[in-house]
Design a protein around this ligand. Structure first.
Ligand SMILES: [Zn+2]
Ligand SMILES: [Zn+2]
Length: 153
């Protein structure tokens, strides 16, 4: 559901159409199943795990095998349409889909909301620190747990 205090998304059909256009521009295809999985992720109030997605998919279109959902999620991750929150082992829609960007997540331990940040200073600081140690980073995950403004207030 969009419109929560934490997010300023366009409505769902607009987001899904934009996602389809992003994929098409890259020669990839947002098949009906991938689109439906993306819709379930975007419609979730909070980051959602693969198992919960599978349950919702079953409700929406009948029995579905776990590999189906994992393949769809892999595709959506690859296209940058969703992000995986490692700490929660769950998925959330990208607020800047289609743009390559560094991202960090603020995860509220009380309400479960995850807020996506795009702070290049953080990315560069980590990049430099890793390079200083002779390490070549390929993937970075920055997840900060705490209380969101609404829960802290
Ligand atoms: Zn993102
Ligand atoms: Zn909160």
């Amino acid at each position: 559901m969009h419109g929560s205090a934490h997010h300023h998304h366009d409505d769902l059909p607009t987001q899904l159409d934009r996602a389809a256009a992003i994929c098409a521009a890259r020669g990839a295809q947002l098949t009906p199943l991938r689109r439906q999985v993306l819709e379930l992720v975007l419609a979730a109030e909070q980051p959602i795990g693969a198992y919960a997605l599978l349950e919702r998919l079953k409700t929406a279109r009948g029995p579905a095998a776990p590999p189906t959902i994992y393949r769809a999620l892999d595709f959506l991750l690859e296209q940058g349409l969703v992000h995986k929150l490692e700490r929660l082992n769950s998925f959330t829609g990208c607020v800047a889909a289609g743009h390559s960007h560094a991202h960090q997540f603020l995860i509220c331990t009380r309400c479960g909301q995850a807020t996506e940040l795009h702070d290049h200073a953080i990315e560069h600081a980590l990049q430099h620190a890793a390079e200083h140690a002779g390490f070549r980073p390929e993937r970075m995950t920055v997840e900060i747990e705490g209380l969101c403004a609404a829960c802290a207030g």
